[in-house]
Every structure is written in structure tokens, then in C-alpha cells.
Design a protein around this ligand. Structure first.
Ligand SMILES: C[S@@+](CC[C@H](N)C(=O)[O-])C[C@H]1O[C@@H](n2cnc3c(N)ncnc32)[C@H](O)[C@@H]1O
Length: 347
């Protein structure tokens, strides 16, 4: 069965990197089919989806930089779309009230409203009056994507809710401190570590706890430490605000951090030496020492996802540790700051 993803276009490489990481973490069997302009399709075995559709949906709901996931029903030249819609066995699909929506990507000149009406009209003709069009809360959502001269039509299976990322923006949480990371990026970083539900994720520079919140929400057990007690208290306040009770958060200097276990993953945003305090230590040196400390704290197959500013060359000091960089993404924050998101594994 072909599954399509509409990715966010807010970054060039992160949405696809996040999607790949989540598909692997959640052990979804797939083969890659095509990608173009924020639209990716994969082939997933029919038997897997029949047995695990609920799991499949819940596994993918951890994505932050994907908008929608749908089962592809028709893939054709745009000019042949309506003929293919007419030939489709709609009675097998339309088992509830439905809605048709068309999205244009690329250069298509088609009037989306007219096309929605035309597709809706054909479906109605084919299925009779048993199920009505419902534009408020349809049980069946038929999505069409027009991409240049191609058309893709499918049945939406997941819409990634954005409300959470909006409601939990750093300034809306009880404890706020400048320099906090957006929940969307925090979630994406957690996903890039490939941490699984029930596994432990550590943020040794936890600040206001944004990364820990996102990791908890997807079911990881979180461990957070910070050198500043005010941050430790603030993180706990933020976690409690989100009804998260299973956490370990305490004051520690990452360079001397000891844990009675090894963690499965690390996602962290060390101080850049601008708004977050480095306590006198130059950020570059601190990050290097943090990585050395993490050598014994992370399991052999554990991944680290780390955000650093563009002016800190992390390749310079990763070489002196037991880790290597396998992926990097650059996010331009403003004129004078680009964040570099690096994924590290043991060398
Ligand atoms: C950029 S902030 C983290 C922001 C966090 N991602 C958020 O969204 O709130 C970096 C944090 O590192 C902490 N820090 C600085 N030096 C540290 C050290 N040696 N060990 C542990 N934490 C340290 C600071 O107190 C600060 O809270």
C-alpha cells in the first residue's frame, strides 16, 4: 500500500530526516518510492497495515514536521485525474460522511475549489445519498495533491495536530527563560535521537525543560540536569504543568555528571554564550567536555542530537571524543544566529 506524507516546508532537510528517523525507530517496514517538493511516498506491506493500523497511526503521531499522512488511492497525470476518479470503486472507501480537499504544490494552475466540487460530485454519484458531505468533522477525508502536471489522491489517515506545539510555546509555560527552544524543534531533535517509548532520554543542559517535555509526550523516560538550580526547579514546574510525573531532574554540572545507569539517547541544547549562562566556561570547551562526559553515560548504540550555534565548529572537538557526526542541519534563526543540529553516534 502506498502511503504519502505532506511534509512541512519550513526547513529544507529536517522534515524528511525526522520522517526517516521515526519510520526506523517505530520499525515500520517500508520501501521508499518518491519525493518532491515536501511530498514523500513509501510502500508499506498491506499485511502490516491490516494488522497494525492503530499502531501505525500512533507511531507516526510523534512527528512534528509533517502535516498529513494519507493512503494513496490514485496517482496519475493531472489531466487524467477526473477519469481515474470516475473509475474508482468509491463504495469500498466511502463508509462515512466525507470531505474532499485539494492542495496545490508546484506550478499547477487548476482552480482547487472547482476541482473539489468535481471530485465530490463524482463520489456522490458513485455512492448515492447514504453518506453526506461533511465540511466540519468528516469521518472520511479525501486529499488531493496537484504537483505540477501530476495528481495524487488519497484517504487521509493522520493529521498531525499543531495545537500542542502552539499551546506549549516557551512563553506559555509557567517557567520561561530567554533562549528556550520551540517545542516543534525540540520534538524533532528528540525524534532524530530515535529514542523509543519506555527508553531513557537525557538532556544534561535542560534549561526550562522543553526537550524533556517533548520526549515525555512521546513516551520516553526523561532525565534532565542543569548546573543552575533555578532551571531545575523551572523544568520540574513545566513538567508538572503538563501532567508529567515520571521524570528525574536534578542539579548537576555535565562535566561531573554521574548516573546509576546508561541512557538510550541524548537531546540537548547547550549554552551558546549569549543568553544562556556558560558559567564562565567558553561554550566550545564546555560542549567538548560534555561529550567526553557523555561517553560513559550513553549506551553504545545511543544517539545524541545536539544544537550548537554556527560560530562553534563542532567538527573540531567531536574528533577528540568517541563520537562521530552522521547528520547535520542548519536552521537560520535570525541575521546573527544559525543553529546547527547535529546527530552523533559512537565512532
Ligand atoms: C541554552 S540553555 C538550554 C535551553 C533549553 N533547551 C530550553 O529550551 O530551555 C542551556 C542551559 O545549560 C545550563 N548550563 C550551563 N553550563 C552548564 C554545565 N556545565 N552543566 C550543566 N548545565 C549547564 C544553563 O544553566 C542553561 O540552563
Amino acid at each position: 500500500m502506498e502511503i504519502a506524507f505532506i511534509l512541512s516546508l519550513e526547513h529544507e532537510t529536517l522534515p524528511e530526516a525526522e520522517l526517516n528517523a521515526v519510520l526506523k525507530t517505530e520499525e515500520i517496514p517500508y520501501t521508499f518510492k518518491q519525493k518532491c517538493n515536501g511530498f514523500v511516498t513509501i510502500e508499506v506491506p498491506e499485511e502490516y497495515l491490516q494488522n497494525s493500523l492503530v499502531n501505525f497511526k500512533s507511531s507516526l503521531s510523534r512527528l512534528s514536521l509533517t502535516h498529513e499522512v494519507f493512503q494513496l488511492l490514485i496517482s496519475t497525470d493531472a489531466g487524467d485525474l477526473l477519469t481515474r476518479v470516475k473509475d474508482y470503486p468509491w463504495k469500498d472507501i466511502v463508509t462515512d460522511e466525507y470531505m474532499v480537499r485539494v492542495k496545490k504544490k508546484g506550478t499547477s494552475e487548476v482552480n482547487t475549489l472547482e476541482l473539489e466540487k468535481a471530485i465530490g460530485g463524482i463520489i456522490r454519484e458513485k455512492t448515492g445519498d447514504k453518506f453526506k458531505v461533511n465540511l466540519e468533522d468528516p469521518g472520511i477525508f479525501i486529499r488531493t495533491i496537484l504537483m505540477d502536471d501530476k495528481a495524487f489522491l488519497g484517504l487521509r489517515i493522520i493529521k498531525i495536530p499543531k495545537k500542542h506545539f502552539f499551546d506549549l510555546k516557551p512563553h506559555k509555560r509557567p517557567f520561561f527563560y530567554p533562549g528556550s527552544m520551540s517545542p516543534k524543534l525540540a520534538r524533532c531533535m528528540v525524534n532524530l535521537t530515535m529514542v523509543k517509548r519506555g527508553e531513557r532520554l537525557l538532556d544534561p543542559f535542560c534549561g526550562t525543560g522543553g526537550i524533556l517535555l517533548e520526549a515525555s509526550i512521546i513516551g520516553a523516560r526523561v532525565v534532565g540536569t542543569d548546573i543552575d538550580y533555578k532551571m531545575v526547579k523551572g523544568t520540574i514546574e513545566n513538567l508538572k504543568y503538563c501532567n508529567i510525573s515520571d521524570y528525574e531532574v536534578f542539579k548537576a554540572d555535565v562535566r561531573k555528571l554521574e548516573l546509576p545507569y546508561q541512557v538510550d539517547a541524548v537531546a540537548t541544547d547547550p549554552p551558546y554564550g549569549i543568553s544562556a549562562s556558560t558559567r564562565g566556561e567558553e561554550s566550545h570547551r564546555l560542549c567538548e567536555e560534555a561529550l567526553i562526559s557523555l561517553e560513559s553515560l550513553v549506551k553504545d548504540d545511543g544517539r545524541i542530537c545536539m544544537a550548537t550555534p554556527h560560530y562553534m565548529d563542532i567538527t573540531e572537538f567531536v574528533g577528540g571524543t568517541k563520537f562521530k557526526i552522521i547528520e547535520q542541519h542548519h536552521i537560520r534563526m535570525h541575521k546573527s544566529l544559525t543553529r546547527v543540529i547535529s546527530v552523533l553516534v559512537r565512532d
